[in-house]
Design a protein around this ligand. Structure first.
Ligand SMILES: [Fe+2]
Length: 275
């Protein structure tokens, strides 16, 4: 990800974010993933966002935005996000093609760091091309460490976003895919008291824990959901959703997940795989 911080204009005391993750759009509109139309489910989530979030300062798209790196998926995502009327930034997941994302979305939407309203948002690339599991690597970890130090020197609070989970979330099959250099990640986070929260996607389910003063949170996909607490791949029948976050000037983070209601989605619950 780009090492330069992108400064966004912001007024008011609270920074309002929306996290949209794991949209898994196919190359053609209304393509399906395990029986679910991922354009339709994303549009239902975006309708929910519009009805619940009158003010959004920034939308965070935290990876697996396409299902196989298809250009058409990113082009439609640009249109769908434009309908929210907010700025948005993207980071790659294991299903994405970073170079195609960059061509479609441009460098400013793949920024490695955003600053607004007394907050610093560090966007990390945990994708290891060709691998399902997450890896940050020396370059990304060094960028995190120097970015956090610079932010702290300027009195900023920090939020970290990435695709893969840095902690086990309790699903054996998914936890084999967690960030493999998470110990190095947390060595940096633990040394940075300005870090208030870490958020990710990948696990297609809600997870929330506190680690010292840092909130750890994952967010449901806008399409298929994985059942918590499982040893093997298992789909859940709960609805797609998103996460909102309020970043306050005193460092507090308020956040909740909201799921689509009153819409049913076809999904093949008997599937035993996901590629
Ligand atoms: Fe995903």
């Amino acid at each position: 990800m780009s090492g330069r911080a992108r400064e966004l204009e912001h007024s008011g005391d609270v920074v309002r974010l929306v996290q949209i993750t794991d949209t898994h759009l196919q190359g053609e509109a209304n393509g399906k993933l395990l029986g679910m139309d991922t354009d339709r489910s994303l549009q239902a989530v975006l309708d929910l966002v519009r009805s619940e979030q009158p003010v959004i300062d920034l939308v965070l798209g935290t990876g697996d935005l396409s299902n196989h790196g298809e250009r058409g998926a990113y082009e439609r995502l640009l249109e769908y996000f434009a309908g929210l009327g907010s700025r948005h930034v993207w980071l790659p997941g294991n299903h994405d093609d970073r170079s195609v994302m960059l061509e479609v979305a441009g460098e400013k939407r793949l920024a490695g760091e955003i600053r607004l309203g007394g907050w610093q948002i560090m966007l990390l690339d945990s994708q290891l091309p060709g691998q399902v599991g997450g890896h940050l690597g020396n370059e990304e970890l060094a960028r995190l460490e120097s970015g956090l130090a610079a932010g702290r020197a300027e009195g900023l609070h920090s939020l970290i976003c990435l695709h893969h989970q840095p902690v086990p979330i309790g699903c054996t099959w998914l936890d084999q895919q967690k960030v493999d250099d998470a110990a190095d990640f947390f060595r940096i986070v633990d040394a940075s008291p300005a870090v208030k929260a870490v958020i990710w996607g990948h696990v297609h389910q809600q997870y929330e824990r506190q680690r010292g003063a840092v909130r750890l949170m994952s967010t449901p996909s806008t399409c298929i959901q994985f059942r918590p607490g499982q040893r093997n791949f298992s789909l859940d029948d709960c609805a797609p959703g998103y996460r909102w976050l309020e970043l306050h000037a005193d460092g507090r983070v308020l956040s909740e997940v909201s799921r689509v209601r009153d819409v049913t989605f076809a999904v093949d619950l008997g599937s035993n795989g996901y590629l």
